[in-house]
Design a protein around this ligand. Sequence first.
Ligand SMILES: C[S@@+](CC[C@H](N)C(=O)[O-])C[C@H]1O[C@@H](n2cnc3c(N)ncnc32)[C@H](O)[C@@H]1O
Length: 314
Amino acid sequence: MTHINIEPLRNRIRKNLKLLKPWIQRENVSCYRVYDWDMPEFPWCIDYYEGRIHAAEYATRHPLSDEDYQYWLTACKEVFIDLFQLTEEQLYLKLRERKKQGQYEKVNDKKEFFTVKENGLLFQVNLQDYLDTGLFLDHRPLRKQVMQESKDKHVLNLFAYTGSFSVYAAAGGAFTTTTVDLSNTYLNWAKENFKLNQLPLARHSLIKADVKEWLKQPSHRPFDIIVLDPPTVSKSKMTKTNFDVQTDHVAMIQDVMRHLSRDGVLYFSTNYRDFILDETLFQTFEVNNITLQTIPNDFRNKKIHYCWSIRHQP
Ligand SMILES: C[S@@+](CC[C@H](N)C(=O)[O-])C[C@H]1O[C@@H](n2cnc3c(N)ncnc32)[C@H](O)[C@@H]1O
């Protein structure tokens, strides 16, 4: 067995926590990133969620033998449990299958939801059953910005997932919010998030639709703020065509801009690491790269997403 020294992992997480401590105390958050593949030999993405730890293993060609890997994994778990004072049940591991690179092990169906707090708002998360938890922590700053700009505005949230941008907008006093997603599961989750924050749904609509098709309908009101944060690719039996953010973003942004009010703003974001925003958009619209200001303090990976504000030219 090769010698595996686990101490650097422990020390790095400790150091990260120490650096984050003043920020955690200042911000009203109970979920944040504590480690993000800071060291190549520990390919983890570790998030703290209200007394629990969600540790996802990155796809990597692990140089360890099966026996060493099991030893390494046990040692990592012990570090997480020890550092965060967890019970076994409070540690949620998403492991990559070692043979099929890039795939997570099967997800569960335990329906174990609990509530986390962010900027004074509450969100349901589930660390067990899905690949993602219900709340993408990297968009915390943009959510806050949307909340601060939403008073009396009509806000549209496309590819909305569990509706966190919509909840922030509603809490910020949006006149209406419109939340569009293809998945009933996530729209129901969004509904729960609205309820949790005591935001009545009367002026907030949740719409099950393919964003591409929905944008083609001419009858929507103009929106003052639009959030467009699509997945990198989307293939679904429920849609006529597939979606690929690199290939399809120009056409989609042009369609979205038709629904934006004269003085409105579109926030467009993608997590696709190799993404290149097409030059033609700069000629047609007023485009600003706001990536850096939208990356939260707890993310050391400053390329976790890219983000632009896009407006009509004056
Ligand atoms: C990466 S998440 C979006 C994250 C979200 N913007 C947020 O900040 O929480 C992808 C979402 O897009 C939805 N989706 C995928 N393809 C879609 C389509 N063609 N039309 C509408 N929603 C779609 C999925 O159901 C999922 O909820």
